[in-house]
Design a protein around this ligand. Structure first.
Ligand SMILES: [Zn+2]
Length: 213
């Protein structure tokens, strides 16, 4: 077990984002370097309207990068595989279920567990709750918070944070039928599935081999 410093490019983000844990347990030593071409973002499960600007900036950065990569990729059309590692034993079965949900929901990107990973899941206690530290291109990590998983549906949390790694921003004001509304609809919302619009957005983002290096 190694400890790997997570270096994030936080350009354009609020100072609150600097509260990322400086060290996070990672299950292997082969994590790819974070992308430097676009800002990383912390995207939490619950939030306030004040987060809207950061959310918008995150999605605009993802879209800009996706368009650039699509232009470079030309006609390449194969689905992209994004590999993840699990350093979150409490959530292992939920992560597996989240993967199944996403893999059956979208066609242009496939999640696979493996040792040579693009992103990883970790778990613990954090007053901010669960969040994703990601560039939205399949890199980074997902932190799953014990206390929040007691209050909110843990599968919805897991699938929601995975949505960030796939490029989706938060939309806390959305209904429970949206996955990216996160904690917005309240703890009674247990829907773990992205809606048609969210599926479409992910497929668009990963068209033509979005992220794979
Ligand atoms: Zn979120």
């Amino acid at each position: 077990m190694s400890h790997r410093r997570i270096l994030s490019s936080l350009a354009g983000l609020a100072a609150a984002a600097l509260a990322v844990p400086a060290f996070a347990a990672a299950p292997a030593q082969s994590a790819p370097a974070p992308a430097t071409s676009s800002p990383s973002s912390i995207a939490a499960y619950t939030g306030s309207p004040q987060d809207a600007a950061a959310t918008k900036a995150f999605y605009e950065a993802v879209m800009k990068s996706a368009k650039a990569k699509q232009a470079k990729a030309g006609n390449k059309a194969a689905a992209v595989t994004v590999t993840y590692a699990v350093d979150a034993p409490t959530f292992a079965s939920l992560i597996s279920s989240s993967t199944s949900i996403w893999n059956s929901s979208v066609s242009n990107v496939t999640l696979v567990e493996g040792s040579n990973y693009d992103f990883y899941y970790t778990e613990g206690n954090d007053p901010r709750g669960s969040y994703a530290s990601t560039d939205g291109h399949g890199s980074g990590y997902i932190f799953l918070d014990y206390a929040q998983a007691q209050q909110y549906d843990p599968l919805r949390i897991t699938a929601h944070e995975t949505g960030h790694v796939l490029g989706l921003p938060d939309h806390y004001s959305g209904p429970c039928s949206e996955l990216m509304s996160g904690g917005g609809p309240g703890p009674s919302c247990t829907n773990p599935n992205p809606d048609a619009n969210e599926r479409s957005r992910v497929n668009s983002l990963w068209a033509n081999g979005f992220a794979k290096r």
